[in-house]
Design a protein around this ligand. Structure first.
Ligand code: ZN
Length: 562
């Protein structure tokens, strides 16, 4: 036993000494000094941030320069996610990614427009053959923007290891150009008694304690902790950088118990599907109920996030009436460090045994729950720990299906689970099955989930537990022309597409019977800018069709003059 602990500790120490990637500096994308609004591994509601966010001086349209020689290897155009975005592959084994762009450099823009007309769609998501769109180091490849799901002008920038496609912390390549002498700041500590195996301050509930930071940087925990049995710790903290008021994620967390490292995490590199381990890295229930990120220093068995090392999964066993001395050490990528001492008094107290109701699901197997007309399948890898799944159903008047209450959203699903609900077709045997879809009921809102339908079942992938049912969308979308009297003066035709339930799945614009490139924005406004190279001046007819996720299609036809 002693030998085992010794080996683990050696591994931890080796791991701790592996501090940073041996990164060659690359050209930064802009010609002005770097300031960041987000860092790598930062905690976002459903994932770790996969890149860094460069500030763009509050505006769009800043020139983005190639960091190294290379070629454009993938292009995406979408109203959502990263909007206009590019991958560039370099000979040094790295691929860089640029998101939320305003527009592309002319030779990429021309290539994209040709593809849009060839594919007859605005949305593009395509790999590009090597050496078709090549650029030298420093060439302008695009202009920064605010496209897709972005809350303000910035550049989302990623570095990928080309062979594995893993995300790497880009800051390693720009360290000499960023000023950061400010240490992380700890704002709270959570003590989590293990269910049925631990107690803290006389109860089995998690407790939160405030942390204060004095002017000299000294941090102090406010309040006392008395515990017995197995407990885990969690910490709430932010990082700071010079010359900005932005807050960032903390790079590196170490927890020591009586000077032995029991937990260490350093988020340096991960794969796309691993980004979702955020849901286990933080206390998910606290995130969902109060929107706060408490980073756990104990590891659930199904959490396979790389960069985390622990002893006994970081769980502390309090079994002696003495003081247990813990120290948190938090660091950023520049080595600025803050620490906090925590004293836990070992004090015997009753450990409350939980009353387990429901079906026990296991993190290390597939799980299938079947109740009446509802089937839920959770494949292995989607749960982080065993738990008792609670199920109920509520019939709601003459609705197509009852509301199925699948546990609650305080337990996370790593990626997705498959939900299948039988539709009682005898209620309307003439109905078009494609019009049925699974909906997620959140308070008064009813969110349609793209579903597949067969003769008597509706199926969808759900991303969280909660209340689900089946609805039918029989109404076609609405196509409303905008600024009709100003189409000529604006040199643009635009329409707003709306749908009452399932949402717009696709649309198509035609002028005089030929495909016309209508862009779409986040508000589902589609617009066509008069294109001198493709449209003669004179009388024309525009035709718009829009289809919702339930397959209902609407058409709008109108003559116009340009
Ligand atoms: Zn970003």
């Amino acid at each position: 036993m002693h030998l085992n602990l010794f080996i683990i500790e050696c591994c931890l120490m080796t791991f701790l000494s592996f501090q940073s990637i041996d990164a060659q500096q690359i050209r930064q994308p802009f010609d002005f000094p770097i300031l960041l609004s987000g860092n790598f591994g930062e905690l976002r509601s459903t994932h770790f941030h996969t890149g860094i966010d460069f500030k763009t001086q509050g505006v769009q349209g800043q020139s983005i320069h190639a960091p190294e020689d290379g070629y454009i290897s993938h292009i995406t155009v979408s109203a959502f996610a990263y909007g206009y975005s590019l991958f560039m592959t370099h000979p040094n084994g790295l691929t860089t990614f640029y998101g939320h762009l305003n527009r592309f450099a002319p030779k990429i823009a021309q290539f994209v427009k040709e593809q849009q007309y060839k594919q007859e769609r605005y949305d593009i998501d395509m790999p590009v053959l090597p050496n078709l769109l090549t650029f030298g180091k420093g060439d302008i490849i695009a202009y920064s923007g605010n496209s897709g799901s972005s809350a303000g002008p910035h550049l989302h920038f990623e570095v990928h290891d080309t062979p594995t496609d893993n995300f790497i912390d880009p800051i390693e390549y720009f360290k000499s150009e960023v000023e950061d002498t400010r240490a992380p700041r700890i704002t709270g500590v959570m003590v989590c008694p293990m269910n049925g195996r631990g107690a803290v301050n006389g109860g089995n509930k998690k407790i939160i304690l405030r942390v204060t930071t004095a002017a000299n940087g000294q941090t102090t925990l406010v309040g006392k902790i008395e515990a017995w049995g197995e407990i885990g710790m969690a910490v709430r903290a932010i990082d700071l950088m010079n010359k900005t008021d932005n807050t960032y994620g903390v790079k590196d967390i170490t927890l020591r118990l009586d000077n032995h490292v029991i937990y260490h995490s350093r988020i340096n590199r991960f794969a796309l599907r691993e980004a979702h381990y955020l849901a286990s890295f933080v206390d998910f229930a606290e995130l969902r109920t109060h929107g706060q990120y408490y980073m756990r220093s104990f590891v659930e068995p199904g959490n396979m996030m790389p960069g985390i090392e622990s002893r006994n999964r970081g769980i502390i066993n309090i079994n002696e009436q003495k003081t247990y001395n813990l120290t948190y050490t938090l660091s950023d990528a520049f080595g600025n460090t803050t620490s906090l001492n925590i004293h836990i008094k070992g004090k015997p107290q009753p450990i409350i045994q939980p009353v387990n109701k429901g079906t026990l699901l296991h993190w290390n197997t597939d799980n299938r729950v079947e109740q009446g007309d509802c089937q839920l399948f959770i494949s292995k890898g989607n749960l982080y720990d065993d738990f008792y799944f609670q199920y109920a159903e509520k019939t709601a008047g003459d609705a197509i299906a009852p509301v199925y209450m699948l546990h609650n959203n305080l337990v996370p699903i790593h990626k997705s689970a498959s939900l299948s609900i039988k539709v009682p077709r005898d209620k309307d045997s003439t109905a078009n099955i494609r019009q049925y879809g699974i909906v997620h009921i959140v308070g008064k809102r009813c969110l349609w989930i793209p579903s597949t339908c067969n003769s008597n079942r509706v199926e969808a992938d759900i991303k969280e537990f909660g209340n689900y049912s089946v609805r039918r969308d029989t109404k076609q979308p609405t196509i409303a022309p905008l600024y009709v009297n100003a189409w000529t003066s604006r040199k643009e035709i635009s329409f707003r597409l709306t749908d009452d339930l399932s949402g717009i799945q696709s649309y198509r614009g035609e002028i005089d019977g030929h495909y016309a490139l209508f862009e779409i924005n986040r508000q589902a406004v589609i617009s066509y800018a008069f294109d001198k190279e493709r449209l003669q001046r004179g009388q024309h007819i525009v035709k718009i069709t829009a289809t919702d996720f339930a397959g209902n299609t609407a058409t709008f036809i109108r003559p116009f003059f340009w």
